[in-house]
Design a protein around this ligand. Structure first.
Ligand code: AMP
Length: 282
């Protein structure tokens, strides 16, 4: 594996690989790697000749008072894990490399952002689509791999590639979970012992609520989620059921839905979701 921190060097290497007709798979991350990230690498290794991972904690996607400064970082461990997982090129730019000056252009996500994390983290998805536009231009990937754990991000990024004609295919990858169901996340290290025991209740409640939705509708499902988390110390930031990937309020004819929640613990805000269908299985 080679590690590159310069955008120019990265572009040159990619150009050479393209001349050799190699397909490029891309896994953008903020590092502090866990099995969730590595499952994206696994998919990329299976589907593409070359796998590029980026590690960049993007200041633009953090709001004031959020955890940009104390976001967990461990470059040494990440480098070892990336190499072991099969990454061919690790792109590890610093902030000045991607944003050498105050940007004169920023990308704004205008669809699928008024709800869920877009509503509770104003500007977050603008930061995401801006950095991804820069990274897509540097890495020029054939396929880009994103986790369904951040399902709204997948929906917004599909909008980005369609709207701005980025020639990369977005491949969603299933959420990787701990044995007790908690979605793996870099932020899980910030849970204290009690919170760590409580946190799997989020996934359990999402599962139960999606079943209740099918039988008894939205209000009963949301109410069930709230009741199931009543003894948990974290505070529900949102719980919502929407169409997926459009993220609209569902009507009776909509069958592909998402139930998504964010729960704020003392030092970590966790998100999780389930995408489900209301059609009877035959
Ligand atoms: P992050 O480093 O948190 O920005 O995540 C980088 C990529 O890994 C994103 O596409 C995430 O959706 C994905 N990811 C994070 N956690 C998981 C997980 N538990 N399972 C699958 N993908 C994940």
């Amino acid at each position: 594996m080679i590690t590159v921190s310069s955008a120019k060097e990265m572009k040159n290497i990619i150009q050479d690989l393209k001349k050799q007709d190699k397909t490029i798979g891309f896994v953008p991350t903020m590092g502090y790697l866990h099995e969730g990230h590595l499952s994206l690498v696994d998919q990329s290794v299976r589907q593409c000749d070359i796998t590029v991972m980026s590690i960049f904690v993007n200041p633009l996607q953090f709001g004031p008072g959020e955890d940009f400064e104390r976001y967990p970082r461990d470059p040494k461990r990440d480098t070892l894990l990336a190499e072991k997982a099969g990454v061919d090129m690790l792109f590890y730019p610093d902030v000045k490399e991607l944003y050498p000056t105050e940007p004169s252009v920023k990308v704004k996500a205008v669809d699928r952002t008024e709800v869920l994390c877009g509503a509770s983290r104003p500007g977050h998805f603008d930061g995401v689509v801006t950095v991804l536009s820069i990274l897509f231009n540097i890495v020029d990937p054939d396929k880009s791999f994103f986790g369904q754990k951040d399902a709204q991000q997948v929906a917004v990024v599909e909008g980005l590639t369609k709207s701005l004609h980025f020639p990369t295919e977005i491949i969603p990858v299933e959420t990787v979970r701990e044995e007790d169901g908690l979605a793996k996340s870099s932020r899980n290290v910030y849970l204290n012992e009690v919170e760590r025991k409580e946190a799997p209740a989020i996934y359990q409640a999402l599962n139960a609520s999606s079943d209740i939705y099918k039988r008894n509708g939205r209000n009963a499902a949301i109410e069930h989620f709230r009741q199931a988390l009543i003894t948990v110390s974290g505070e529900i930031d949102y719980i919502e059921i929407l169409t997926y990937p459009e993220l609209k309020v569902p009507s009776e004819s909509d069958t592909r839905l998402i139930i998504a929640a964010a729960v704020k613990f003392e030092r970590a805000r966790l998100i999780d979701n389930i995408i489900f269908t209301t059609e009877e299985e035959s």
